[in-house]
Design a protein around this ligand. Structure first.
Ligand SMILES: C[S@@+](CC[C@H](N)C(=O)[O-])C[C@H]1O[C@@H](n2cnc3c(N)ncnc32)[C@H](O)[C@@H]1O
Length: 363
């Protein structure tokens, strides 16, 4: 017979029941928030408002977007949800305007040199991501041999950013890669302005998993004396523009990383398991000089923090990693354990920038 729980729940009051029911509606229907955002991007609402001088009425939008006039009352309801959830601003006379979030979704506008984030929203709200999340319960019940596939791999039989995804759906694969580039490239301007001490006095740097070199080039532009290597897989380096600003190296970070005074791993480790991170960081350690000679690894990644106003966002990003990759988001204790297991002696969180942290790790 099951042990009787000592935690008997007291029967909710009427006020609690009414609140609980409304909360359940909200939780069950919250998927409509990203769907409304997706719809806004697909219709081109942020771009239309921008082209309208930054503010537009319902009728302006119906006309500019060439929607049937009969859809005006429905668009008004979508705009009301978008305004209430912080995607747009609206005033009492029904004028809709952009906020920083929707400014990031305007077509063709560079924000601090970075591309629109529309591809990221379209990627995260794609049917592939939705179906992977819907497969979570089945995935939990399966006792699958290691290496454990992600729910995305389990449901689709394909891995994000790999050939299998390109074979499954070339158009979606292209969108997902655009989304990754938009996500990864955004923010280096802020890091350079807020954390220039990271790069001051540095003679050489290897950007490990540096992709097409966008981040490394921004660093070299701000600190021209730094000799910068960009390590990435041959398939990426083969397509990189060789303009002489940085030195591209085709290779595998699990085998060897080009030596430099500092190695940077920006938005890389969250994609990998703890054991993989320890192996990657051990390779980084082999590639740098002693701490006295200025050797360090710069890790830029999320630092989950329950006291942060971005905690819920960080948890959503963590579950997104669980659904789609074999990686995870980590808190400071997780980072500390990984750094020590990889053979480092000390680390410092140089700065927290939004949901992310900039860390220096010392040999
Ligand atoms: C999320 S992106 C990194 C973003 C980049 N650091 C930035 O901030 O713009 C991941 C990159 O890791 C590269 N990569 C994956 N496995 C690798 C490996 N074993 N060795 C080197 N690069 C690898 C991928 O090709 C891809 O360009």
């Amino acid at each position: 017979m099951a042990a009787k729980s000592s935690h008997t729940m007291t029967i909710p009051t009427d006020a609690e029941l009414v609140q609980a029911q409304a909360d359940l509606w909200r939780h069950s229907l919250s998927y409509l928030t990203p769907m409304a955002l997706r719809c806004a991007i697909q219709l081109g609402i942020p771009t239309a408002i921008h082209r309208h001088g930054g503010a537009a009425s319902l009728i302006d939008l119906v006309t500019t977007l060439s929607l049937p006039p009969s859809k005006a009352p429905f668009l008004s309801r979508l705009l009301r949800l978008l305004s209430t959830t912080g995607v747009l601003a609206s005033n009492e006379v029904g004028i809709y305007s952009l906020v920083p979030l929707s400014y990031l979704l305007v077509d063709g506008v560079l924000v601090d040199g970075d591309a629109s984030q529309a591809a990221l929203v379209l990627c995260l709200t794609s049917r592939y991501h939705m179906e992977a999340a819907m497969g979570l319960a089945d995935w939990f019940k399966k006792d699958i041999a290691q290496p454990l596939p992600s729910p995305f791999e389990d449901v689709h039989g394909a891995t994000l950013f790999e050939e299998s995804m390109a074979v499954l759906d070339p158009e979606s694969d292209k969108l997902f890669n655009e989304a990754l580039a938009a996500h990864d490239h955004m923010g280096i301007g802020t890091i350079l302005r807020e954390c220039h001490g990271l790069f001051n006095g540095l003679q050489s740097l290897t950007d490990c998993c540096g992709g097409d070199g966008t981040t490394a080039k921004a660093i070299v532009k701000a600190f021209p004396h730094i000799k910068c290597n960009v390590l990435d897989l041959p398939k990426v380096v083969d397509k990189a523009p060789s303009d002489g600003l940085v030195n591209y190296v085709a290779g595998d970070m699990f085998h060897s990383i080009p030596p430099a005074q500092a190695i940077m791993v920006k938005l890389v480790l969250h994609f990998w398991s703890d054991d993989d991170c320890i192996n990657i960081l051990a390779q980084c350690k082999k590639a740098i000089p002693s701490r006295e000679a200025g050797g360090k690894v710069i890790v830029i990644d999320m630092v989950v923090d329950s006291s942060s106003p971005m905690f819920e966002t960080q948890l959503l990003m963590d579950v997104a990693m669980m659904v789609c990759t074999r990686g995870r988001q980590r808190d400071e204790n997780d980072w500390n354990a990984i750094f020590m297991k990889a053979g480092f002696s000390d680390y410092k969180i140089v700065k927290k920038l939004g949901a992310r942290g900039v860390m220096e790790v010392y040999p």
